[in-house]
Design a protein around this ligand. Structure first.
Ligand code: PEP
Ligand code: MN
Length: 337
């Protein structure tokens, strides 16, 4: 249920929160530009008891949240959310570019890539230290050493960093090095992991599972939000279809569909969706035109030598070209790069 406040006084909001909690619900205060609402979420069965709060003088209205995703939906927050991560802002009018190698391979490789990403205008540096590989014999990542190198490269180049966390146990360690935590496509529905990242302060970059529906993606975001972490970015990274020309099929329609339902920022990953470096820039342009709030792209100084995902990685000059091409489109869409 949504408790629409008639007052913005802290004391009144606190009162509603404690009444909601007394009724056995979790209270999430959402401060909108125009109004403050308290979302009461929990067991749906006896939610009618919350309607009694309408009798409080500082409560304007108590209305049900119709969609299954409660906190992620526009019903509780109509204006688009901006997720801040260090110097980076993604969402609203801020178009964010996250770039970097698939994996952190060495100090030299990550430093060189970070400098290139910064030079051409990326806002955040990516790089995997724990890699969820399809084969157990493929490179699994440098683990904690990779986290250290990524953080060092990010700091040296003034870029906040995002990296994947693959187990709930590892969340505190990864969160101590990374500015933002990535949940990979293979882990989108790992509910224990979603609950664990919901309990930390770091923003979360949630990738859509390769066989997950848009509703399922939103429900996974809801797991994170319901644990108290409001900073979630959704990422469409391609889904499995019958098509074999590309690694996955970029569901570009997911952008306007998601934007209709959720206030959370929506980012496109044209690297994992296409699997080919030469398709990355066209799909990045498509992402901007569809209304995405940002892109995540893989960049490597020498893709032929990459430990993972070389074929889809942009060389430095390709990344420079991508940035040049998206800039006017971002402006046409009324956003800033
Ligand atoms: C990645 O970002 O390197 C990655 C493994 O992506 P995904 O989870 O989308 O496959
Ligand atoms: Mn990759």
């Amino acid at each position: 249920m949504i408790i629409v406040m008639g007052s913005r006084e802290q004391r009144d909001v606190d009162n509603v929160v404690s009444k909601v909690e007394q009724l056995g619900y979790k209270a999430h205060v959402i401060l909108g530009v125009e109004r403050t609402v308290v979302a009461a979420v929990g067991d749906e069965r006896d939610k009618q008891r919350l309607t009694a709060l309408e009798s409080l003088p500082y409560v304007e209205q108590v209305v049900p949240i119709l969609k299954p995703f409660k906190l992620a939906g526009r019903e509780v927050k109509s204006e688009s959310s901006v997720v801040e991560c260090g110097s980076a802002k993604i969402g609203g009018k801020h178009f964010g570019v996250v770039a970097g190698p698939c994996s952190v391979e060495s100090r030299e490789q990550i430093n060189e890539t970070a400098a290139i990403c910064k030079q051409y205008g990326a806002h955040m540096l990516r790089g995997g230290a724990y890699k969820p590989r399809t084969s157990p014999y493929s490179f699994q990542g440098l683990e904690e050493e990779g986290l250290k190198l990524l953080k060092e490269a990010g700091q040296a180049n003034g870029l906040p960093v995002v990296t994947e966390v693959i187990t709930p146990d590892n969340v505190p360690l990864v969160a101590s090095y990374a500015d933002m935590l990535q949940i990979g496509a293979r882990n989108m529905q790992n509910y224990g992991l979603l609950k664990a990242v919901g309990k930390v302060k770091n923003p979360v970059f949630l990738k859509r599972g390769m066989a997950a529906t848009i509703q399922e993606l939103l429900m996974c975001a809801e797991y994170i939000l319901s644990e108290g972490n409001p900073n979630v970015i959704l990422c469409e990274r391609g889904i499995r279809t019958f098509e074999t020309e590309t690694r996955n099929t970029l569901d570009i329609q997911a952008v306007p569909v998601l934007k209709k339902y959720t206030h959370l920022p929506v980012v496109i990953d044209p690297s994992h969706s296409t699997g080919h470096w030469d398709l990355v820039t066209p799909m990045a342009c498509a992402a901007v035109a569809a209304g995405a709030d940002g892109i995540m792209v893989e960049v490597h100084p020498r893709p032929a030598e990459a430990f993972s995902d070389g074929p889809q990685s942009l060389k430095p000059d390709n990344f420079a070209d991508l940035m040049k091409r998206i800039k006017p489109l971002v402006e046409i869409m009324g956003k800033v790069l």
